[in-house]
Design a protein around this ligand. Sequence first.
Ligand SMILES: Cc1ncc(COP(=O)(O)O)c(C=O)c1O
Length: 385
Amino acid sequence: MNEIYLDHAATSHPKPKEVISAVVKALSEGNANPGRSGYPRAIQASNTIFEARRALSEILNANDPMEIAFTYNCTDAINLAIKGTVPKGGHVIVSALEHNSVLRVLGEMKRACEIEMEIVFPKKNGYIDPKEYLKRVKRNTALMILTHASNVTGAIQPVDAIGCIAKSMGIPFLIDGAQAAGETETDVQKHKCDLYAFAGHKGLLGPQGTGGLYVKSGCLLKPFRVGGTGSASESIYQPYDVPDRYEAGTMNLPGISGLLEGAKYAFKHKKEIYEKIRFLTDALYEGLSSIRDVTIYTPPNAAFRTGVISFNIGDMSSQDAAQQLYESGFCIRSGLHCAPYAHAFLNTQSRGAVRASVGYSNTFYEIESFIESVYLLSKTQGPTR
Ligand SMILES: Cc1ncc(COP(=O)(O)O)c(C=O)c1O
């Protein structure tokens, strides 16, 4: 059976061939510990890490490559951002659309009575109203957090407006860019954020086990993982130099080498990728909307969504629908997508939703055949409305 991959929001697939070659090369002829030794291969390894910082700073429009710290995934970057900024007794404003990578970090800190958190639900149309963040600001508000794009609905959130509010009040602002980097315009200066967490393996087309955090210069975080950095080795304390401060332990050279090539590919082809994802997602949205028993949760506004479309078919559980669609060859995801409050907002906590997510490698034919399979599956269900 030929598989058709529509699960790019989980991880992009297939990776560009340049990414695969770079990983193999880093493990063979390029293998050395970056930032530690002074012989040519080790220096080359350090240069590769620097080139990757430069590529990421270009994609995010950061001022300086040293504002990019590499982490093991986006979750790791979010942990660093939250634990590094919010002091004991701090208050955090966050949206209900967040992934558990954000909610669980805050949930655990709240359970330990370390922080207060307030959750802002979106308006009926699926977008956060920035005024709701403003209303909740308190004397001890230490961080505002918003996902750039929801991993459940694909809705691109008003990060620029929240950035303006945060900046005017002197409150740090963290954007979770896991679903946005490489898929839509990312510009940390325009978003006015202090911290931008990204996953390397989704729209940036790199390998799994990669990610990072943009930390605006002048913003010094308390590192949550400490250890050797290859610098300031005379001291038993974590150095203040960034990004070393946040990158304890041997770095993931094979992963970051692949991420460098993925980010270069995503940046070079960015116009075609954005246009293709938009075109295919619009076609998917239109096609699914025309099926009587399909309920779509993704907002209709094509200008403010990524390649994610979530839906359900009649009364079917999302797991059954995804399984049956897999039997027709489609790789998609069902359930709650690690975003419990987003599903509470959609009223889909009990059965979740089916999520099809389009990526740079999909074709119009694949989208058409997916729509046809959903239509055929919906025909096997009794009338529900
Ligand atoms: C919105 C969002 N944030 C964070 C993450 C976590 O990313 P990672 O699994 O790379 O840590 C995901 C993963 O799907 C996500 O969709």
